[in-house]
Design a protein around this ligand. Structure first.
Ligand code: PGA
Length: 239
């Protein structure tokens, strides 16, 4: 893994965002995989700003996202689709028909097959953005007894519910989500991984220095050939 350490979240956003923009300029019809959460916000801001300045266009880019809540309307303010709409999709020139998202309100198995086929039909994901949960999860792949394959429906852990329920002020946070599986994430040709803050330091340590185990789902990235890791000093403090 290529580990890079930065002082601020903004510096990480600029560095990771530049890696995406440079790639889009080299392959304008590429396929990008996005992630939600607080960590990627500066990366999306950088990309939106570069698009606004005319330095990059997303008009032929196709996108997928890692996960989506179940039992939550797509239009709800806390859906991951709305997060992406607010932070990136509404700010760049992506075409709506080029945006694919897991549907958390339909049959999980059929949706998993549809998503895998859609990724495949577009040539596979060129770059997948990833964050990490405090428990080592990537996407919503929580610590488990074995690594998952393609997308599936998962019951969220108490740790994840505690971390994400701060965003739910009107309704209870959903207990289930559809998530890309570890197998689908590992098929991405390149991974850009970002983590900030001391609360991620143990998980980042276990991902990079620990054994490869489904108890720390992110540790599987040790087996991926092309991972660039962007950390701030707090997230890197246990390395
Ligand atoms: P965060 O979430 O960026 O909001 O910390 C990351 C994750 O849980 O994967």
């Amino acid at each position: 893994m290529d580990v890079r350490i930065f002082k601020t979240e903004e510096e990480i956003g600029a560095a990771a965002g530049k890696m995406f923009c440079d790639f889009v300029n080299s392959k304008p019809d590429c396929v990008l995989g996005f992630a939600t959460g607080a960590t990627p916000v500066p990366t999306y801001s950088y990309m939106a700003d570069q698009c606004d300045k005319g330095n990059v266009t997303f008009k032929d880019v196709k996108t997928f996202n890692l996960d989506e809540y179940c039992d939550l309307p797509k239009e709800h303010k806390n859906s991951f689709y709305m997060f992406m709409y607010d932070n990136l999709f509404s700010k760049v020139d992506l075409k709506p028909e080029n945006i694919d998202f897991l549907d958390g309100n339909t049959d999980p198995e059929a949706e998993s097959a549809r998503y895998a086929a859609s990724i495949e039909a577009k040539g596979g994901i060129d770059i997948q953005l990833l964050g990490i949960g405090r428990n080592g999860h990537i996407a919503f792949n929580e610590p488990a007894d074995e690594f998952s394959g393609e997308a599936y429906k998962i019951k969220l852990t108490d740790s994840t519910i505690e971390a994400n329920s701060i965003y739910f002020d009107d309704i209870a946070m959903p207990r289930y989500a559809m998530t890309m599986g570890i197998g689908s994430i590992m098929k991405a040709k390149k991974i850009i991984f970002i983590a900030t803050g001391a609360s991620k330091a143990q998980a980042v340590h276990d991902m990079i220095k620990g054994e490869v185990t489904p108890k720390c789902p992110a540790s599987i990235l040790q087996n991926h050939a092309d991972v660039t890791v962007f950390l701030d000093e707090a997230a890197a403090s246990m390395l």
